[in-house]
Design a protein around this ligand. Structure first.
Ligand code: ADP
Ligand code: TRP
Length: 321
């Protein structure tokens, strides 16, 4: 069987540069030597979203991000999760062999409880649906940011348990985390996340991108003061985009004094914009032609369903259904 790499992203907002560095780029780089299975996690988004028009629009937007950033639908498969309902069937079967104790340990659920938010059953069993996503497509490698590592480990546990109970049926997946990009900081220095309102969206028009970058939180040191690059949110982001030489140069200007945070932000804007610019036209084209996105998703869903159906056949037969 070909080496298969799979990952997904929820359409709960516009994809941001944390998603770009932590997930999109590492995942898309694997297209060259593996079979890529990439999807929009719309069922997962429904654990929190209540606005149907937004869900529909953001599903297309996340797909446009995948395609603009280099997903090649001739080599890889892309689909919207809800177009392959087989994953719900697998999620049910996995839920029958998964202990409640495992779900009690899941971060997403624990965070929601800690923040006093309403916990629905979908959020509680989120890792089971995610395991079904991974296992239904016989995935070998799952590139994700660090925050998703626990979920991929749970998927491994579920696959091992199923195989132990019913014989060798499911492929055991491996998480793949780029340690250097593990957690990209947001505007306020916390992890960049759609849930924290601190994101820099990937495909903002240049003016808006610049404005967002100018709003990164810094300390109140004056222009002339020497500054510590390593404790600065602007520099932490700069490091993720700039070459080693560019980093060394900006770091020495920080330390020397005479560099205002506005200058550092401008330097950050320039490196980010230079890397996004080439894909932005393609993104704008897709946004203006949503039927093109829909066609690609439809074709992907039919290919993904064929794969999922064959896994489900094995799972049903192994478990006695
Ligand atoms: P968000 O936290 O903004 O809702 P998602 O949960 O949809 O993002 O994450 C999609 C993918 O992007 C996951 O693989 C996740 O690990 C990765 N990711 C999200 N935020 C970051 C970040 N700040 N740094 C690195 N990777 C991230
Ligand atoms: N839970 C992931 C996130 O919040 C999205 C996701 C859903 C996913 N199913 C997946 C990621 C399967 C990798 C594999 O980012």
């Amino acid at each position: 069987m070909a080496h298969r790499v799979l990952t997904g992203i929820k359409p709960t907002g516009m994809p941001h540069i944390g998603n770009l560095l932590g997930m999109y780029r590492p995942a898309l780089a694997m297209q060259d030597h593996a079979e890529g299975y990439f999807f929009v996690a719309s069922y997962h988004a429904l654990t929190t979203m209540r606005d149907p028009d937004r869900l529909r629009a953001q599903t297309l937007d996340v797909a446009a991000n995948w395609l603009a950033l280099g997903l090649d639908p001739n080599r890889s498969v892309i689909w919207a999760q809800h177009d392959v309902p087989e994953v719900c069937e697998l999620a049910w079967i996995l839920s029958c062999i998964t202990s409640k104790g495992m779900m009690d340990k899941a971060h997403a659920f624990k965070d929601a409880v800690a923040k006093g938010r309403e916990v629905n059953i979908g959020l509680y069993t989120y890792p089971i649906l995610m395991a079904a996503d991974i296992l239904a497509f016989d995935s070998h490698v799952v590139p994700v940011g660090k925050d998703q590592k626990q979920h991929v480990e749970m998927a491994r546990d579920m696959a091992q348990r199923f195989n132990h109970l019913f014989g060798d049926t499911l492929v055991i997946p491996e998480p793949k985390i780029r340690e250097d990009m593990a957690t990209v900081p947001g505007l306020d220095g916390q992890k960049m996340s759609k849930s924290y309102n601190n994101t820099i969206e990937i495909f903002l028009p240049p003016k808006k991108l610049r404005k967002k970058i100018m709003s990164i939180v810094t300390d109140s040191k004056g222009v002339d003061d020497p500054k510590d690059p390593d404790s600065c949110n602007v520099f932490r982001l700069y490091k993720l985009f700039a070459t080693a030489e560019q980093q060394a140069e900006l770091a020495s200007r920080y330390r020397a004094g005479g560099l205002g945070y506005g200058h550092a932000k401008q330097a950050l804007f320039e490196v980010v914009d230079a890397q996004i610019d080439a894909s932005r036209d393609r993104y704008n084209h897709l946004k203006a032609n949503p039927d093109e996105i829909r066609d690609v998703l439809e074709d992907g869903a039919s290919r993904a369903r064929t794969t999922a159906r064959s896994t489900l056949d094995r799972v049903r037969s192994a478990s006695g259904l």
